[in-house]
Design a protein around this ligand. Structure first.
Ligand SMILES: [Zn+2]
Length: 457
């Protein structure tokens, strides 16, 4: 009896006295997590509030901000100005084995311009609405990723983790204007060789479903301008080979090609990034008059511009042949010019291989990424070809594996659009994903041909 009473009393004390202290510590933990989340979001807002939009990005302020973050994380930092006024920040987290190829985490600091009047919240406010959506230009493209890298490193450092490989972070200018004064210069830099980069992570796109999108290649822009020449004539006269008639034949031919490519996407046979896209960007012809154009005159010149995007798998030669023979044949008095991006072999890296990153067992970085995302309870979509261009191409053209990835699931694709936003829960989740990836990458020891033992991850 006594024993029973004692054990009842013991249970009573256990419930009354130990339970509240447990829930207190749980409360305290929740509070700490909440505090941490709100300082993470506030750092993101600070970065978003710096107006780095073209044509006058405030690169100085963004560089100062990134440097201050690097300082709190105790990362080595260096500011490189390949072009005066356009700082590129290089941060370094030295690995225990610096002889192993390093990891490069790339992000661009510039954003595209925003039409303020069309936004529901000012584009450089970082306003958080009641649903937790953070509104700002750059919230998706790609200030999120730049800071998520840093937040992931903050967490890894706090946990006591030490990388085996060196981790570099590059915060580059001018991606939105072609990357020539930023990532392109970095990839060509003589010191880039010394950095001994083994793999690059760069930006991807938001995914509207629960699985993240991931990109292994991108299409190369070919900007085509075709010009037609012909005898001028009275507007009433029917005759062959006028500049306008010849240009229209070309436009019809381009349209047929475009429709055939688009049909494959519509039928689900190919993804958007796997076909050659062609869109007319401008049409220039006519003889100006004070109130518009002269109407009774057929002009002697006409011009059309096309934005063409070519996947690395495409047959470059046959496309060039098509342009020269069907779209702008000299037999129809036409000439053509391909824009600055187009050089022969632009779809191939410096070793002559197609510019794409393998997504099979031949590329250990791919498998590591896949597993790391899974470990952090994330899902990946089938790898895709990026429909537009990113800085990743400058690294791929050196023959380096580069993966385009921005962890934004269940998010509308709003890059370059009005009211660009990212939900704060999604942003916080992305930090955990990067924590897992960076740890897996920085722990990978190639010589054993395998990952480090599971318990070290
Ligand atoms: Zn971007």
């Amino acid at each position: 009896m006594e024993g029973t009473l004692a054990s009842h009393l013991f249970l009573f004390f256990l419930i009354v006295f130990s339970h509240p202290s447990k829930s207190q510590s749980l409360q305290q933990q929740n509070q700490e997590e909440e505090d941490e989340s709100s300082s993470i979001i506030s750092r993101f807002q600070q970065y978003l509030q710096i107006d780095t939009s073209h044509p006058n990005p405030n690169y100085l302020a963004s560089a100062q901000f990134i440097l201050s973050q690097a300082k709190t994380l105790n990362l080595d930092s260096e500011t490189v100005e390949f072009v005066p006024g356009k700082p590129l920040l290089l941060l370094k987290w030295p690995g225990k084995n610096p002889s192993l190829p390093s990891i490069l985490l790339n992000s661009h600091t510039d954003v595209v311009a925003a039409e303020h009047s069309k936004w529901s919240h000012p584009p450089f406010s970082g306003h958080v609405d009641p649903a937790g959506n953070i509104f700002a230009r750059g919230s998706q493209d790609m200030k999120c990723v730049g800071l998520q890298y840093l937040e992931a490193i903050r967490r890894l450092k706090r946990s006591g983790y030490e990388p085996i490989r060196t981790v570099y972070l590059s915060f580059v200018p001018d991606e939105e204007t072609g990357g020539h004064d930023g990532a392109e210069k970095l990839a060509e830099w003589e010191r880039f060789e010394e950095m001994n980069v083994g793999v690059v992570l760069d930006e991807g796109l938001a995914s509207t479903n629960e699985a993240y999108r991931v990109f292994y290649a991108e299409r190369c822009p070919w900007w085509l301008v075709i010009r037609a020449f012909g005898a001028p004539g009275h507007g009433s006269k029917l005759y062959d080979n006028s500049a306008m008639e010849n240009l229209m034949k070309s436009i019809e031919s381009v349209r047929r090609f475009r429709a055939a490519q688009f049909d494959m996407v519509k039928a689900g046979l190919k993804a958007e990034g796997e076909v050659i896209s062609v869109n007319m960007a401008f049409l220039k012809a006519g003889t100006p008059a004070p109130t518009g154009f002269v109407m009774n005159l057929q002009p002697s010149e006409a011009e059309a511009g096309f934005d063409i995007r070519v996947p690395p798998s495409a047959d470059e030669e046959s496309l060039e042949k098509r342009i020269a023979e069907e779209w702008a044949p000299s037999s129809r008095n036409m000439t053509f010019k391909l824009g600055q991006f187009k050089q022969r072999g632009s779809l191939r890296d410096k070793f002559g291989k197609p510019e794409l990153t393998a997504t099979d067992s031949s590329n250990p970085w791919w498998k590591l990424l896949e597993d790391a995302v899974k470990r952090a309870n994330g899902k990946l979509n089938k790898p895709e070809i990026f429909p537009a261009s990113t800085d990743a191409r400058y690294f791929r053209s050196r023959g380096l594996p580069a993966i385009g990835f921005s962890p934004m699931a269940n998010t509308p694709i709003l890059l370059h659009d009005h009211n660009e936003f990212l939900n704060q829960a999604e942003y916080l989740k992305g930090i955990e994903i990067y924590e897992s990836i960076i740890k897996a990458y920085a722990s990978y020891v190639e010589s054993t041909g395998d990952k480090v033992p599971k318990d070290e991850l």
